[in-house]
Design a protein around this ligand. Structure first.
Ligand code: 13P
Ligand code: SF4
Length: 306
């Protein structure tokens, strides 16, 4: 049986040989985060992919994230260690669905959350992440109505923050759906000093928002936990994020909103699969040039507004 430390050594050796970098999302397994060159949210990882001079990017995240990296870094080889690492939210809309929706609102601007396929991005005017959705929508001329896809909770929150006319696609994430108002209330009463920070994908958005101290992307949450003078935090998002928070802040305490908020897709990427990915150069993620060209317009607008 292969022991963990030798897997890490092999990964590091192969990384140098292949001139590779490893990017990992904040929800990845702890040992995968620990072997990565950069850990971050969707926006930060997209920016890293665009900027790197490595030849190979091993993307430890879900498929749409690797696709975004492939679009932004067309001269690199982008690998995902497990091709089945999908996203329930991205799966709620197809390019055909979006084309039909656009026909009903021919003058609307389409704003698409990065959790979507490259084909859907190609049909969109703007792409956003949870960290810049409000700013991107504010940059769109005021007289334009907006079709927001696929996450309805993020879309509702953006609508509330901007006061814009926003039509919502009824998509949501099954992981953030497990986060319930009753659990937040119970945690707040047992930890009255704790700050409550939540991700805008949470299914309890309308009832949890009045209880929240901050609504943030995953990277925003990590940064907030580091800089806040408070010592306790209730964290409403996927539980993988607690690894970084606890490592960065050993004296602070973090309480997951529910231990059930686990993304099975993110957890498909194991340390062994990262090694096999580098050994066999698999599985390469590519996007057809015509789709990539159209999707890139929307993604470039996302990466430009931080
Ligand atoms: P972030 O962009 O905030 O990291 O979120 C990505 C995601 O998949 C949330 O479920
Ligand atoms: Fe997709 Fe939800 Fe997993 Fe994020 S947590 S990658 S939105 S399924």
């Amino acid at each position: 049986m292969v022991i963990t430390s030798s897997i890490q050594e092999k990964i590091n050796r192969l990384k140098t040989e292949r001139k590779a970098i490893i990017l990992a999302h904040n929800y990845e397994l702890p040992d995968v985060q620990d072997v990565a060159d950069f850990v971050g949210d969707s926006l930060l990882l997209s920016q890293r992919a665009a900027q790197t001079d490595a030849k190979v990017i091993v993307f430890c995240g879900v498929h749409f994230m690797a696709e975004t990296a492939a679009i932004l870094a067309p001269d690199k080889i982008v690998l995902i260690p497990d091709l089945d690492a999908g996203c329930s939210l991205a799966a709620t809309i197809t390019a055909n669905d979006l084309r039909r929706w656009k026909q009903a609102y021919p003058n609307a601007v389409v704003v698409t959350y990065v959790n979507s396929t490259a084909e859907v991005k190609a049909e969109s005017d703007y792409c956003v992440t949870s960290s810049n959705a409000v700013k991107v929508v504010e940059s769109i001329p005021k007289d334009k109505e907006i079709l927001f896809t696929p996450d309805m909770y993020l879309g509702k929150w953006v609508r509330q923050k901007t006061g814009r006319v926003i039509h919502l696609w009824p998509g949501s994430c099954h992981v953030h759906h497990k986060i319930k108002t009753e659990d937040i209330k119970a945690l707040k009463s047992s930890h009255p000093q704790a700050e409550f920070i939540m991700h805008p994908e949470c299914g309890c958005m309308s009832t949890c928002l009045p209880l929240a101290d901050q609504v943030l992307s995953t990277e925003g949450m990590v940064n907030y936990a580091r800089t806040s003078p408070k010592n306790e935090f209730i964290v409403a998002t996927e539980t993988g994020i607690l690894h970084r928070m606890e490592r960065d802040n050993p004296k602070k305490q973090f309480f997951p909103s529910t231990p059930d908020a686990v993304c099975e897709f993110m957890k498909m990427i194991t340390l062994e699969k990262v090694l096999w990915s580098l050994e066999d150069m698999k599985y390469q993620v590519t996007v057809a040039p015509d789709i990539a060209k159209r999707a890139k317009r929307a993604i470039d607008r996302m990466v430009a507004i931080v």
